[in-house]
Design a protein around this ligand. Sequence first.
Ligand SMILES: Nc1ncnc2c1ncn2[C@@H]1O[C@H](COP(=O)(O)OP(=O)(O)O)[C@@H](O)[C@H]1O
Ligand SMILES: [Mg+2]
Length: 262
Amino acid sequence: MATTVFDASAQAMPPFTARGATVTLRGVSKAFGTHHVLHGIDLDIPPREFVAVVGRSGCGKSTLLRLLAGLDEPTAGSIAIGERREDRNRAVRLMFQEPRLLPWQRVAANVSVGLRHAQTRRERRTLAEDALLQVGLAGRERHWPLVLSGGQKQRVALARALVSDPGLLLLDEPLGALDALTRIEMQDLIESVWLDKSFTAIMVTHDVGEAVALADRILLLEQGRIALDIEVDLPRPRHRGDAAAADIEGRVLDRLLRRQRG
Ligand SMILES: Nc1ncnc2c1ncn2[C@@H]1O[C@H](COP(=O)(O)OP(=O)(O)O)[C@@H](O)[C@H]1O
Ligand SMILES: [Mg+2]
């Protein structure tokens, strides 16, 4: 007689923790009616790589992230994240330019929105406190979003994304609305939590300097295709303004602006 063995440990084991999700795209296209936005994108991202996506406005960057987040479906092709497709919703978190906090909820509740309701209140509170500690907002649990600065609100949004221990973190121009100094602080924070948590990160940014400061690899999207895929093999922590960083930045900008290098 056949016996079905229920392996509880396999069920309980989060498949992505500690090593980040693999991302595999094969022939991914997306059209809205007759408007073709992405064209046959093939992409392999290994676990815990930090990828920056740059490109002109309207070239399909946010569309690509929405497909990766499972918020929309490709018109053609396949997307695989991690080993098990059904885990996608749990393992992938998306952060936007606007923090999207609920103004009627305190900071801790805004963070634990990112958790499943199955957990106990106590667990939710502890996880939210841990996530707030990671983003430098310990002790702010009972504050209202209204009293926070723009940078602090983005930290809460980052804590909300981190609280569920994602295997893949998607960031859609997350720092675009911040002033220059807050932006650099947030870049450092994103880098340090990424180094600590080892998730895979894909960040859209219009700032090529930011891409070079943070990413292992830069993808340039042009009219829905990957026009440039370059490695950023610079040691961390990186120093803004280094000659090697400036050279990579120049190469990407030349392509973006379609300049010839002399
Ligand atoms: N839901 C949608 N319906 C119709 N067109 C869309 C939709 N979402 C995006 N687009 C179009 O797809 C193109 C790419 O958009 P998007 O991915 O937001 O660009 P990016 O983030 O690179 O600026 C744009 O021309 C945009 O108007
Ligand atoms: Mg966009």
